[in-house]
Design a protein around this ligand. Structure first.
Ligand SMILES: *[C@@H]1O[C@H](CO)[C@@H](O)[C@H](O)[C@H]1NC(C)=O
Ligand SMILES: *[C@@H]1O[C@H](CO)[C@@H](O)[C@H](O)[C@H]1NC(C)=O
Length: 340
């Protein structure tokens, strides 16, 4: 510890110098200084969206609304300027839906351990039972836990959050459920900074074109089934579809065994890059389809062994990985307020 901290302080001064030089030289000319590696926090996001228009939600009645949905409903249809819906700490027991005509919503919580939106519903319809649904273009969430509390072990049901919006970004959020946790249906999406996603079977699914940056995937064992579940079930019907789930850095861990991916659609695309894979990731996988693109790039950890992986899964070269692990994969520089 001692040696590493002194090492840190030595390099720190050089680093500080570089940062100072950077600030002095570049910042006055470059408003977009946020692509420097840094922690993305909510003041930074508020500054990036450039608004002070805030609607406060407080379950104890000290805000503008006690319900999140009531706050969303108060946003005018056809909204064209960013509006912050600040959700104060507490467990908000309700379903929340952001319809197509409520664009530019920035839902800001007090942190994923403090602000939670929780509902409990099972259905064979993945969309009907979702605790949280976003269908509007241009959406940001920060520091919120989304949870479907419905008990498992009764039937194979879907319990999830549904993201069908184009240009949706989640920072420091968490998603809890068991089966089908995150329905990343379609559009360009970004999940960043320890977005925590928990589930058992096929728990990240859909046809989104999505980067999961520094996310934690936690696998819970589902004792009802003999076959193991899969983390992802990515859908892609043909070569021209841009969809695919890209996991960059972050980690996969948990209880029991799980496959990295199950194919849904013949061209299903999933890449785990530079990700820590705990031994909960089991090598053999079930599906075998001709055009499947399930790949890994420089992963590490006990689950990252390539021995026994299905013959069609692949390890990417630097050149092959580059177009996917860059923010350009989702065209992020043109719409994300911030990224790392
Ligand atoms: C937000 O409010 C602060 C303090 O009142 C002000 O300095 C800033 O200019 C405002 N920003 C916008 C985008 O209105
Ligand atoms: C590819 O699949 C998508 C989604 O199913 C569909 O909308 C599109 O028309 C298909 N394109 C071709 C070339 O088949």
């Amino acid at each position: 510890m001692a040696s590493s901290s002194s090492c840190f302080s030595l390099s720190f001064s050089t680093f500080t110098m570089k940062v100072l030089i950077f600030i002095l030289v570049f910042v006055p000319y470059c408003a977009l200084a946020f692509d420097v590696k840094t922690v993305i926090d909510s003041p930074m996001l508020a500054q990036k969206v450039g608004t002070n228009r805030t609607i406060k939600v407080d379950i104890n009645g000290n805000g503008d609304f006690t319900s999140v949905q009531a706050a969303i409903d108060s946003i005018p249809k056809g909204n064209s300027n960013w509006v912050i819906v600040h959700i104060r700490k507490g467990v908000h027991e309700e379903k929340v839906h952001i319809p197509k005509n409520k664009r530019y919503t920035f839902m800001r919580g007090n942190g994923r351990g403090k602000t939670a939106i929780v509902w409990s519903e099972s259905s064979s319809n993945n969309i009907a039972s979702a605790t949280f649904k976003v269908e509007a273009l241009d959406f940001i969430a920060f520091g919120i836990s989304f949870k479907n509390d419905a008990p498992t072990g009764i039937a194979y049901t879907s319990q999830n959050q549904y993201v069908a919006a184009e240009k949706a970004a989640f920072y420091h959020c968490a998603f809890y459920s068991s089966h089908n946790t995150l329905f990343d249906y379609k559009g360009r999406h970004y999940y960043e900074s320890c977005c925590y996603i928990q589930g058992s079977i096929d728990f990240i699914f859909g046809r989104g074109r999505t980067i999961f940056q520094n996310c934690e995937i936690f696998v819970v064992d589902d004792k009802r089934i003999l076959i193991r579940g899969s983390i992802t079930a990515a859908n892609r019907e043909n070569e021209s579809e841009m969809s695919g789930f890209i996991f960059v850095k972050g980690k996969v861990y948990g209880i029991g065994g799980v496959y990295l991916g199950r194919a849904k659609g013949p061209y299903s695309r999933v890449i785990f890059a530079k990700t820590y894979l705990f031994k909960t990731v089991v090598p053999e996988r079930m599906d075998q389809l001709e055009h499947l693109y399930h790949a890994e790039y420089k992963c590490h950890g006990p689950g990252a062994t390539t021995q026994g992986r299905a013959s069609w899964s692949r390890q990417l070269s630097d050149e092959e990985a580059a177009p996917f692990i860059s923010i350009d994969y989702i065209d992020g520089k043109n719409w994300l307020p911030a990224w790392i």
